[in-house]
Write a protein that binds this ligand. Structure first.
Ligand code: ADP
Length: 257
């Protein structure tokens, strides 16, 4: 079958062949990345299991520690798989399934604020929410919740303890709906900004993993935005903080009475 395909490809014009080659490379890089991301926590779990099999008696405290570690790494694998499934769904069809729904964005953000404060916990970030409650947007509620949540959770992950995070939802003077999250976090160097929505791209791999990142959050954000005809703008200064703005077109926006 492969030989047959190769023969067909040979007959195609050069630009098409180059494009197919590029797609093939992207696919194989992706498979390699997924395998690597899943193998890392799996190797740790296997290592602990080998220790447990070999050791005759392990005291309860050590056992507890080992189980905690194994549990954390299994959660990590589950998070990666969940994000991969969501991404594959988002890439699969062109438009959100619940496209016709009118979403009260302010209500979603009020709930996410409660989650954000819980996630920040002892890190005591100062998180504020400023929303225009009457702006309604046509789109998919579950996809938008996932988009908002990814950007807010990133702000918490990459902002040192007690830093400030502002979440806003408003209309700009062109009538576009703007979801904006600003943080006083570690910032992103200019050269990395164009790449942060690529699958598994991280500025600092170790830091991202340590904070529980799957490396897929902004790829999910990019696809949800595409499906809502929206754009992402990122401004960032190293050691000062970042601004993420999602701009939704006027045609999707209406106002409650
Ligand atoms: P991750 O799970 O690693 O956070 P994402 O796709 O959500 O993956 O983000 C990609 C990378 O972009 C992150 O690893 C991080 O380097 C950078 N990043 C995202 N949001 C922020 C932010 N608010 N401040 C600083 N860096 C960020």
């Amino acid at each position: 079958m492969k030989k047959h395909n190769d023969l067909l490809i040979q007959k195609l014009p050069k630009p098409v062949k180059t494009y197919i080659k590029h797609l093939e490379q992207v696919r194989s890089d992706f498979v390699a990345n997924v395998s690597h991301e899943l193998r890392t926590p799996l190797t740790v779990i296997q290592g602990y299991l080998e220790t447990l099999i070999k050791e005759e008696s392990t005291n309860k405290k050590t056992l507890n520690k080992i189980f905690q570690q194994m549990y954390q790494h299994s959660i990590r694998m589950a998070d990666i798989i969940e994000d991969l499934l969501l991404l594959s769904h988002l890439e699969g069809d062109d438009h959100p399934t619940e496209e016709k729904n009118d979403i009260v964005v302010a209500d979603i953000l009020k709930n996410l604020l409660i989650d954000a404060k819980n996630i920040s916990g002892e890190k005591m970030h100062k998180i504020s929410l400023k929303v225009e409650t009457k702006i309604v947007m046509r789109g998919s509620e579950s996809e938008l919740r996932s988009l908002f949540s990814n950007i807010i959770v990133n702000a918490i992950k990459y902002t040192p303890d007690q830093g400030r995070i502002n979440i806003e939802w408003f209309c700009d003077n062109e009538g576009r709906g703007i979801f904006k999250v600003s943080d006083t976090g570690i910032g992103i160097a200019k050269e990395h900004i164009p790449r942060i929505t690529e699958r598994f791209y991280r500025v600092d791999k170790a830091r991202s993993r340590e904070r529980g990142g799957t490396g897929l959050g902004l790829a999910i954000v990019k696809h949800v935005l595409l499906r809502h005809d929206a754009e992402l703008e990122v401004e960032s200064v190293l050691e000062k903080g970042s601004d993420f703005r999602c701009c939704f077109p006027k045609k999707r926006i209406t106002f409650l009475e």
